[in-house]
Design a binder for this molecule. Structure first.
Ligand code: UD1
Length: 429
């Protein structure tokens, strides 16, 4: 697998190619990390399939090893096997958590399994302040004592957690997952109201049910969990990555290409694909994915990001890239992460005309961007910059490309196979 080292950190793109061909999507990063954490809930061997070969999976594997698990990842089979001991360790160290905010997802399983969890407070993407207040308040309602000391969140529930009624202020993906994983082994019934409904939440619920959990209302805003004493290990196939699939869809539309995306679920991308149709693309949906073709300059499309089933914030930068070269102007509203517009300064280096005001961005389409060195500030911003580079005249170099590698397995190779002129270069190249 990719190992723990940060791979080559810059990618050079020569603009002008039209993406053409077929690309297969693997399991979702935003699901598999939580599924790996969920393995902690049962003693014995859990096996996960469609595990993408990305750095975040390596970091999560290392975190699980530190907690006492034996983790084997087979990249050729895209499978990870996790052997969980009878009594895992309960401390997630700062050196790993700071590299990946999603490490916080071990909090729920650890407090449930061990009666205590010490998890370093996370860093992660530079996309705004990302609170943990709902995770904490929910665990407290379930009887845990939660404090913060020396940069660690410490949750204690020596007598176990108890079921409770929890109302989330906002349908947070992370908080829903933490509370789900805490509730499955709590005493009694937990109701999570205003729960997140993302396909990744449905995926973890399916895995937990296969482990013996009792969950009602999966995929709705009200999830009801009857706690059970013991969960069993299972074998599970990760839901496909809708954000990677959506990135390819935008890539096809933006480059006036023709891309078939397989192992993808168009239902998980309904609004995004609909926006591409509004922009002028043709979208054909098949049983194993979809095909996007485009034969003209896109028309600008307004975007408002919202929790699922709304338009995903993780596709916002890619759509800003599309709008940057579109005919007309579009208003993009970001409702989830306030700092997500930071990357438009980088896009401006390519000649994009984007004006931001609070959580709105006005994008005025220009006929041609011009290649320049730019810097990826987070995973999705990096993907947006790569897409913009594909339609910029001349050469674009995306620095800090390791951010993109965190979310897109084999991105550069796939781009090359689809006809793009893209190559990794030494970071200072
Ligand atoms: C997950 C995804 C991320 C995606 C996001 C929204 C992973 C690893 N990451 O992030 O790619 O963009 O869902 O779809 O799965 N918040 C609080 N208090 C809390 C929890 C959240 O204020 O206790 C705020 C956050 O600061 C943020 C917003 O709620 O502004 C959304 O957060 P959340 O839905 O929890 O996203 P993540 O789970 O962090």
């Amino acid at each position: 697998m990719s190992g723990m080292e940060v791979p080559d950190s810059a990618v050079r793109i020569v603009g002008g190619a039209r993406l053409h061909g077929s690309v297969r999507v693997t399991g979702a990063k935003n699901s598999v990390l939580k599924l790996m954490a969920a393995a902690l809930l049962a003693q014995g061997r859990t096996v996960l399939h469609e595990v993408p070969d990305i750095l975040d999976v390596s970091i999560m594997a290392e975190l699980l090893r530190r907690l006492g698990c034996v983790v084997n990842y087979d990249a050729s089979m895209a499978t990870v096997a996790i052997d969980v001991p009878a009594r895992p360790e309960h401390r997630a160290d700062y050196d790993l958590v700071r590299r990946m905010r999603a490490s916080i997802c071990v909090l729920g399983p650890l407090v449930s399994r061990c009666g205590e969890a010490d998890v370093a407070l996370p860093g992660g993407d530079n996309i705004g302040s990302r609170g943990l207040d709902m995770h904490v308040a929910g665990l407290q309602r379930m009887g845990a004592t939660v404090t913060s000391e020396h940069g660690y969140l410490i949750a204690l529930a020596p007598d176990g957690l108890r079921g409770s009624n929890i109302w989330l202020d906002f349908p947070s993906v992370g908080a829903t997952e933490t509370l789900l994983m805490a509730a499955v082994r709590a005493r009694g019934t937990t109701v999570i109201d205003n729960a997140a409904r993302e396909p990744e939440i449905v995926d973890i619920c399916r895995m937990l049910v296969a482990m013996g959990a009792v969950i009602d209302g999966v995929g709705t805003s009200t999830i009801e969990v009857q706690g059970v004493d013991v969960l069993n290990p299972t074998e599970h196939t990760t839901v496909s990555d809708r954000i990677v699939a959506g990135t390819w869809a935008v890539g096809a539309a933006l480059t006036q290409g023709d891309v078939t995306v397989t192992n993808a679920d168009a239902e998980h991308l309904e609004i995004a694909l609909d926006k591409l149709v509004t922009a002028g693309a043709h979208v054909d949906i098949g049983s194993d994915g979809f095909r996007v073709t485009m034969d003209r300059r896109p028309t600008a499309v307004d975007i408002v990001t919202l929790p699922y089933p709304g338009f995903p914030t993780d596709l916002q930068p890619q759509f800003i890239a599309l709008n940057a070269i579109a005919e007309g102007s579009a208003l993009v509203t970001e409702n989830l992460f306030e700092a997500r517009f930071r990357f438009v300064h980088e896009l401006a280096r390519l000649g994009a005309d984007v004006q931001t005001e609070g959580h709105h961005a006005l994008v005025r389409g220009t006929a041609l961007l011009s290649g320049a060195p730019v810097e990826a500030t987070d995973i999705r911003a990096g993907a947006g910059l790569v897409l913009a580079g594909l339609v910029a005249g001349g050469t674009t170099t995306v620095h800090e490309f390791h951010h993109v590698d965190r979310g897109y397995a084999g991105f550069v190779t796939d781009l090359q196979r689809l006809g793009a002129q893209v190559m990794r270069i030494p970071a200072d190249g």
